[in-house]
Design a binder for this molecule. Sequence first.
Ligand SMILES: [Zn+2]
Length: 82
Amino acid sequence: MPLYDIKSLCHACGRFHDILVRVQLARNFEVRAVSDALQEGTLSPSEIATITEVDCPNTGQSIPTKPDQMVLVAVQDINRSH
Ligand SMILES: [Zn+2]
């Protein structure tokens, strides 16, 4: 099953930061908003229940996360040649 990194938009610096959480989903896509994936049932709320904040490396702050500000990004297949 495809593996996805979860990244969150940081309202302190305006960039996406990696939350260091990976999930496996039955569906295949490159990027999708977490809120969309929850709505369509691709992602279950329990899989992101522990994600409440992300550390901002640019400001040193802990930023609260929201589903509509998080995205799922497909992890590139490490076996694929570049
Ligand atoms: Zn930031």
